[in-house]
Design a protein around this ligand. Structure first.
Ligand SMILES: NC(=O)C1=CN([C@@H]2O[C@H](COP(=O)(O)OP(=O)(O)OC[C@H]3O[C@@H](n4cnc5c(N)ncnc54)[C@H](O)[C@@H]3O)[C@@H](O)[C@H]2O)C=CC1
Length: 437
């Protein structure tokens, strides 16, 4: 039955992909009719140079994006219903996605890999390949309206090629996962308030759901249609799922999950993602640094380590909270400690002095020869990553999730603008996907 649905979806994706990449595919306006980029020979560096050169003509990107959405919803009003009521988060994400694509255009293989994953994840949003064409028309309209008379058509063609390159990879990603559901349903089976602003939720997936320890998952509550936020799953794969959610602001998904969700409610989950996972071969000691609800990642990794028994290896966990009461899941940590003789735990609170987690790390004699997993507030992750790099840990052995979306300059090449300097390249470090909370 699943195959029955997967086949037409795959055929439709292939047809639209071919159409998008076809030389005969018209682009709106008088300069229509250029070839779309072949992903294998695409000269992203040349397009990047053109786009970056003429970026001031379409700046600020926020205005360009306003015009793009305006054009899209004017031409196709039905598309508005695919988006959340407030478009603020969406606009910020799209701006970040543009910056990310432009910055990575001179590394097409890396960009394509990222977009393939993004496309798989976008299936949960109900995005169809046909929507990408509508988006392209709206993009071109917005570019022309923003740049005015001075607009270079060659630069426009570079934008269109970039868009087609990105969407081609996204369509491939969506087609490659067409056998999976685009989203999963999960029932809340337990909801515990561990602090007035912090809840631990236990979820029972209604369909088979596969993730790896340390990955995050986009979550949608029926209380906020079309709004998704990512949370790290605080468990190794073993049936039910656990989320640790701190409510940071009113009106968002976190508030809905903490204050307005109860057992019996149904949530939607997107495809799990993230590279903060254990290597297949545990070939060196492990260091885990977790602050606040970043403990969710640490707990998942530790559960997996207990299952795999890292013989001959040690694992050192540095876990931090603002105060002793902030160790909201200490019973679980104590249980894990009892089962793991190879585990050493250092608990710190802000009463231990300024920047207690980084300070505790510095006191730890040897940081160099290990694989490190970092999770929690972005400032903490950036500081810890910088300390580890200074201690000689190579980038590919410093694992953490992408930093939250934020504005930044578009640079023609080099690493994404992560706080604390260049970041590990094994995974996307600043990314248009939602940052797990
Ligand atoms: N996969 C991941 O990386 C995950 C990230 N998070 C993020 O973690 C954060 C957790 O927030 P809370 O629980 O409110 O944490 P919190 O603000 O209560 O801080 C927890 C610990 O981190 C330390 N810390 C905070 N900011 C720091 C900084 N700039 N530099 C050095 N140390 C710092 C504190 O001293 C404390 O020990 C949220 O922003 C959430 O989005 C949460 C879960 C998973």
């Amino acid at each position: 039955m699943k195959d029955y649905h997967a086949l037409p979806a795959r055929q439709e994706a292939m047809r639209l992909r071919q159409q998008l990449l076809s030389p005969a595919q018209p682009v709106t306006g008088p300069h229509a009719g250029h070839a779309g980029p072949d992903p294998h020979v695409y000269d992203g560096a040349a397009d990047q140079a053109l786009i970056v050169r003429d970026l001031p003509a379409v700046a600020p990107l926020a205005t360009l994006i306003d015009r793009l959405y305006h054009a899209m919803f004017t031409r196709h009003p039905y598309l508005r219903q695919l988006f959340p009521e407030s478009m603020d988060f969406q606009r910020a994400h799209l701006e970040h996605a543009f910056r990310f694509a432009i910055e990575h255009l001179d590394r097409p293989a890396e960009l394509a890999g990222f977009c393939t994953r993004l496309g798989s994840g976008h299936r949960r949003l109900g995005v169809l390949p046909a929507h990408y064409h509508v988006f392209e028309e709206s993009l071109v309209e917005a570019l022309r309206a923003t740049a005015g008379e001075a607009w270079e058509r060659e630069t426009e063609r570079a934008w269109v090629r970039m868009h087609r390159f990105v969407t081609g990879a996204m369509i491939d990603g969506a087609a490659g996962t067409a056998r999976e559901p685009g989203r999963w349903r999960a029932t809340v089976v337990r909801h515990e308030l561990r602090a007035p602003d912090l809840a631990v939720l236990r979820l029972h997936p209604c369909e088979p759901f596969h993730h790896r320890a340390g990955q995050y998952v986009p979550v949608q509550s029926p209380l906020l249609p079309h709004t998704w936020r990512s949370y790290t799953l605080a468990c190794a794969p073993a049936g039910d799922l656990e989320l640790h959610v701190r409510c940071v602001a009113a009106g968002g998904v976190s508030e809905a999950l903490v204050t307005r969700t109860a057992p019996g409610d149904e949530l939607h989950l997107g495809r799990p993602d993230g590279d903060t996972v254990l290597d297949d071969d545990l070939d060196r000691d492990v260091l885990i640094v977790a602050g606040g609800t970043g403990w969710a990642t640490a707990r998942a990794l530790l559960e997996e380590l207990v299952r795999r028994r890292p013989l001959g290896r040690t694992v050192h966990l540095f876990v931090g909270a603002r105060s002793a009461a902030g160790f909201y899941d200490d019973a679980a940590l104590t249980r894990l400690e009892a089962r793991a003789p190879w585990l050493r735990v250092t608990r710190v609170t802000d009463a231990d002095g300024p920047d207690p987690l980084p300070a505790a790390l510095l006191r730890h004699a040897d940081l160099s020869d290990r694989t490190a997993y970092l999770s929690g507030p972005a400032g903490l992750v950036a500081t810890a990553a910088a300390l580890l790099r200074r201690a000689g840990v190579p980038d590919h052995r410093i694992r953490h999730d992408p930093f939250p979306v934020g504005p930044g300059p578009v640079a023609p090449s080099g690493p994404p603008p992560a706080p604390g300097g260049s970041a590990a390249r094994g995974a996307a470090r600043t990314a248009p996907a939602g940052f797990p909370g």
